[in-house]
Design a protein around this ligand. Sequence first.
Ligand code: ZN
Length: 657
Amino acid sequence: MQSLWSDADCATYEGPLGPRVYSSRLLGADPTLVMHGGGNTSVKLPGTDGLGRPVDLLYVKGSGSDLATMSAAGFAPVRLAHLLELAELPELSDAAMAEQLRLGCIRTDAPAPSVEAILHALVPARYVDHTHADALLSITNTPRGSEFVAEVYGDQVVVVDYVMPGFALARRCAVELAHQMHDDTIGMVLLQHGLFSFGETASESYERMIDLVSLAEDFLVKAGAWDLPTQDAEPEPSAGDRVARASLRQELSRVAGVPMILTTTSTPRTRAFLARPDAGELATRGPMTPDHVIRTKRVPMLGRDVDAYAREYRDYFEQNQARTPAPLTMLDPAPRVVLDPDLGLLTAGRAAGDAAVAADITLHTFDAVERATALDAWQALPERDLFDVEYWELEQAKLARAGAPAQFAGEIALVTGAASGIGRAVVQALRAVGAAVVAVDRNPAVAAATATGVLGVECDVTDEVAIDRALDLAIARFGGLDLLVLNAGVFPPSRAVDELSLREWHDVMAVNVDANLSLLRVTADLLARAPKGGRVVVNASKNVAAPGPGAAAYSASKASLTQLARVTALEWASKNIRVNVVHPNAVFDTGIWDEETLRTRAGHYGLSVEEYKTNNLLGVEVTSADVAAVIVALCSATFAKTTGAQIPVDGGNDRVI
Ligand code: ZN
């Protein structure tokens, strides 16, 4: 492992915490060291309290922050003396410890200090770094783990057997530090958990971490356990695979009691791991570090029998709960990681980000498992230790505090014409209520929308092959489809009927009608598997009820589209899919309208631009966001008993023009 330390870069981080922030970020940037909020760092510095009195402080990472994006505000300043006094207590529940850590802070706006704060306080060095390095865990998670650690590090590190993070671990480390630490100690190994390094400066502690991880890597190389197999052949997805994934997601959501995102991850490494004859057996021996159980559950599901997995999970919960004093709230029994011989590696979560985190963790776990197997054999912690972390009182308290989930959490929408205007507003509105969104547009700019919960796909909806590909990408990323918003449409230049060519007519029909038929046909099997029922909203036009001269093709296409939607509502009601239509009018913030066009059209009616924009019963301007809000509402439970309806969004238009 290469050191990335640069004095020049470090100097750009100002203030007494500058070097601490800099090296925290260096560690956080490497996923083979820490992932997704794992690990923590601290520094001991003199400060002053609110009364201006000098006080020794431990600045320790706040829980919930991520080393990769650490800032000075992410550290909690805790009185060092308070922490050292806490360490003397014979026992302290973790909930009481969390309260004491908060009370030890000198600022009320500080984040909650890491649960490992007392441990950091006990290490006499000024800087302390803690990671969950893959290379170390490949060595410690084996039957001969402690023997290997002695071979790799000699007496450079303090070695501590596995103890659950929290007060008990801090107490145990206090004893081991007192017994094992000497002048040349540079770190500490927590078996089956992670690695600590310490030093008097940020760079000394960081470089020692790199050295310690490098020693572990070298050991694996020498043992012939470093190189990992890969496999290239990318399996071709099929429409059948899409339905299979959507069915699995439906099952998983049913067992979880809420809609879930189900992400497929296919890399040369996942394929090589899954090709191993012992893949299932290895993958179910347990996680790399116990805190992963929160994200991945203790074991993945092999195959697709979700009910069988849930039964086993309930048994695991009942058996382990029997030995805990307080009654526990069972987490949903659905798997978070699925290994299927045909579908590959799939990960699940309440939001797209959760499924992505479970995938990242699983990829690193595959690497560690294969290296440990080449070295000796993969051995995770016993079930009871993993249960204790999964049902830790602080995690249970977090559950109790968690508010209601977002309205559309775990649901997936596909929006066409998503790069601008009403389509873009619908994407934003759906994201704001927690849905994952596939944003489709023929404008390649749509790809820029791609983020954790948004997949932007360039796609001409008149091209059935392109639609097929977009659906493959959508189902691979999110696992199914709940909402379909048919918004893409064209508004051709004005043309009188006696001058309208068939070519122009067909071009409009191809986008405004035919493409929507294709989309409805290929999404039917997916929408039918939506955990809460499928919903389709068609963006038609006020033109259907009030056609305009010069707009024959447009008006006829939107009337045709409306009838298509109404018939679909009739046919799909038995599949529990609702289909509704919106008829917006005079939405001027959509890009087709520039100032010049607005002035011309307003002049045509003898109105000012302002009068023209608000020329409806309510005298209001209708915006893309207004239309998007109605579309989202039609997808919501408020309209659970409405299908085949047509809703105008036009400020009231009867008898205005
Ligand atoms: Zn840790």
